[in-house]
Design a binder for this molecule. Structure first.
Ligand code: NPG
Length: 375
């Protein structure tokens, strides 16, 4: 198919509650959406870059700029662009994985909608619904944390992830274990520690956590391997795993026993699928991360989380954990699971009137006349 044009749009959505991590507090998302307008139909992509470059070097205004000036020009002139070509065509541009991922996703959605195939089918999904976990931010007090965790467990979430940072780690974990017994529990440090904290992190061993996610800075793969020798809890990497190559190297070095997959972080669903496959071949379980996606990103993530080696519950929570009103039909928790969309492409419809009402910037790149006719 040919990519005729792309509509880029930024929308603002408030979170139902502030979400605090070791890298800051978020109260809303400023989401960059990509609509691919192709010779055969349209498709949607969501860019997961945040407003500030605090999780990784990417940020939403940068993603918007690189799409307009460096990525789209490399696709719009091509006679033929399928999703499988996007990575190669954008290969000359270094980094910018989240921007690339959003573009590839939109092209893939257009391609699959046209041939009536779901993301799940394309990925080789093996289950109709996926087990869901929930990520719980840093709270002001342990009592407030226990209340939040209790609410989520009542809603049916099958695993709790606690955000930790120095000064908010062993005590909240102990309190959750004491109150809620042997609920599946894991922690996420978002790079907040250093190797000199190894003995302190080993204090978490007594709580039988599923994993400790990304305790050290993203470049410190070797240090993670060293840390892994002094803690019993499995180390899981998130920020460090930016490609299948990095995943392979980290596993070989003994830096992690589990990998969090975020399609945006690694440059798209196709690279994410390669990581899934190589981890499966090495006996390394993976799980689907989350970046507070709207229904568009969630649809793709839930579809991928239904692949065979996604054996741990993901940060794929229900829409109401994030937003009062989503831009697609909401994802609803049933017995701690979300159903995998089965319709063509992402299998969700975008509420265009609502979208328009929360759009604060929009631009069409490419043949505006054609894109106008197609929308
Ligand atoms: O459920 O989508 C979700 C949030 C899961 O904790 C979560 N995401 O570090 O993994 C993370 C964190 C995150 C959120 C990272 C937003 C970057 C941006």
């Amino acid at each position: 198919m040919k990519l005729e044009g792309v509509e880029l749009r930024r929308i603002r959505l408030s979170l139902v509650a502030p979400f605090e991590t070791s890298f800051g507090v978020q109260t809303e998302r400023d989401v960059l959406l990509v609509k691919a307008i192709t010779s055969v139909g349209e498709g949607w992509g969501e860019c997961v870059a945040g407003e500030e470059p605090t999780y990784s070097s990417e940020y939403v205004a940068g993603a918007q700029h690189v799409l307009i000036h460096h990525l789209l020009p490399r696709l719009l002139g091509q006679a033929q662009v399928d999703a499988e070509d996007v990575g190669r065509l954008l290969g000359a541009v270094h980094g910018h994985h989240m921007a690339k991922a959003a573009l590839e996703m939109a092209v893939l959605d257009a391609q699959l909608r046209t041939r009536g195939e779901s993301f799940a089918k394309y990925f080789g999904a093996v289950r109709p619904a996926v087990d869901c976990g929930v990520s719980v931010g840093i709270h002001k007090s342990i009592s407030e944390l226990l209340e939040t965790v209790g609410d989520y467990l009542e809603q049916g979430y099958r695993r709790i992830k606690l955000k930790i940072k120095p000064g908010w780690d062993v005590e909240p974990v102990r309190a959750v274990r004491e109150r809620f017994g042997d609920v599946p529990l894991q922690v996420d440090a978002n790079t907040a520690y250093s190797l000199s904290d190894a003995a302190h992190l080993a204090e978490l061993d007594e709580f039988s956590l599923l994993l400790i996610e990304q305790p050290l800075p993203e470049e410190q793969v070797l240090a993670h391997a060293e840390l892994a020798r002094s803690v019993r809890t499995p180390i899981c990497l998130d920020e460090s795993i930016t490609s299948a190559q990095m995943a392979e190297d980290a596993i070989k070095l003994g830096a992690c026993r589990i990998i969090n997959i975020k399609p945006g972080r690694v440059g798209g669903y196709l690279e994410a699928r390669r990581i899934h496959d190589l981890c499966a071949a090495q006996g390394v379980p993976v799980w689907m991360g989350g970046m507070l996606e709207t229904g568009i990103g969630r649809a793709g993530n839930v579809a991928m989380a239904a692949m065979p080696n996604f054996t741990l519950p993901g940060d794929t929570s229900a829409s109401d954990r994030y937003y009062h009103r989503d831009i697609t039909q909401p994802f609803v928790l049933h017995d701690g699971r979300l159903n995998v969309p089965s319709g063509p492409g992402l299998g969700v419809d975008v509420d265009l009137d609502f979208l328009e009402s929360i759009t604060h910037w929009k631009q069409t790149v490419g043949d505006a006349k054609l894109s106008h006719a197609a929308s």
